[in-house]
Design a protein around this ligand. Structure first.
Ligand code: ZN
Length: 149
């Protein structure tokens, strides 16, 4: 990889960290899960609305470092409209990329591949993976719709 490409990736991460996409709560979510990374202080809630096995809405809120926020922003952008099975497959590839440095997996991840550099920094892997684990938990365990009633 050239230095220019690394700069570009860095720029995408900074941009998503500063101006995260889908940064809001979803009031009629069908599943909600919280993710906490005490090592870094990252703390997010992921909201999703499933409709017929497809992720119709996906958003998050909370606070944390640029890597964790960029990962959440990129994840919510990438998975909206996907089926649960597709989302789980992308999660598997993402884990393979950031934990094992699997570049083949990175090649299939589109924009999410900007985070492949974190595999060299084990503490940052936790930051990048946090929101994905929260999503996985929401998909597997679900939650009652959020209501004030
Ligand atoms: Zn972090």
């Amino acid at each position: 990889m050239t230095g220019d490409l690394e700069d570009l990736y860095q720029e995408v991460i900074l941009d998503h960290g500063r101006r995260p996409r889908n940064f809001r709560r979803i009031d009629n979510a069908t599943a909600v899960a919280e993710g906490l990374n005490p090592l870094c202080g990252d703390h997010y809630t992921v909201y999703l609305r499933l409709n017929g096995g497809r992720i119709e809405e996906l958003a998050f809120d909370g606070s944390g470092c640029a890597i964790s926020k960029a990962s959440a922003s990129l994840m919510t952008s990438a998975l909206k409209g996907k089926t649960v099975a597709e989302a789980e497959e992308i999660f598997r590839r993402f884990q393979s990329m950031v934990v094992e440095g699997n570049l083949e997996a990175a090649g299939e991840l589109g924009k999410l591949a900007v985070l492949k550099g974190v595999c060299a920094f084990p503490t940052r892997v936790k930051c990048a993976s946090l929101i994905w684990h929260a999503l996985h938990s929401a998909l597997v365990h679900g939650a009652a719709p959020v209501t004030t009633e």
